[in-house]
Design a protein around this ligand. Structure first.
Ligand SMILES: [Zn+2]
Length: 87
């Protein structure tokens, strides 16, 4: 149906293009994984994965310090934000 040169080019394209698309997807996912925004999102409001997040100092507002890991939790917390131990 096609001349041999076109047939060869088509079969080459059909074998190379999916591999390139997969590599692009892989690189994109790697870039997403290392993205700062994703890291900040993973850290979340509890800062469980981010050791740089400053923990609030306990005050007389009823903050509860975890007896297991020492993290200061808000007074309404039933479980520790870091180790999930019951307060
Ligand atoms: Zn804890």
């Amino acid at each position: 149906m096609f001349p041999p040169a076109v047939d060869l080019a088509l079969s080459l394209a059909l074998s190379v293009v999916p591999a390139l698309l997969f590599l692009g997807l892989y690189r994109g996912l790697e870039r997403l994984r290392d993205d700062d925004l994703v890291n900040r999102w993973l850290d979340g409001p509890t800062g469980r994965l981010n050791e740089r997040t400053p923990t609030p100092e306990p005050s007389d507002s009823g903050a509860v310090r975890c007896h297991r890991c020492g993290t200061v939790n808000p007074p309404y917390a039933a479980y520790c934000a870091r180790c999930l131990d019951q307060l």
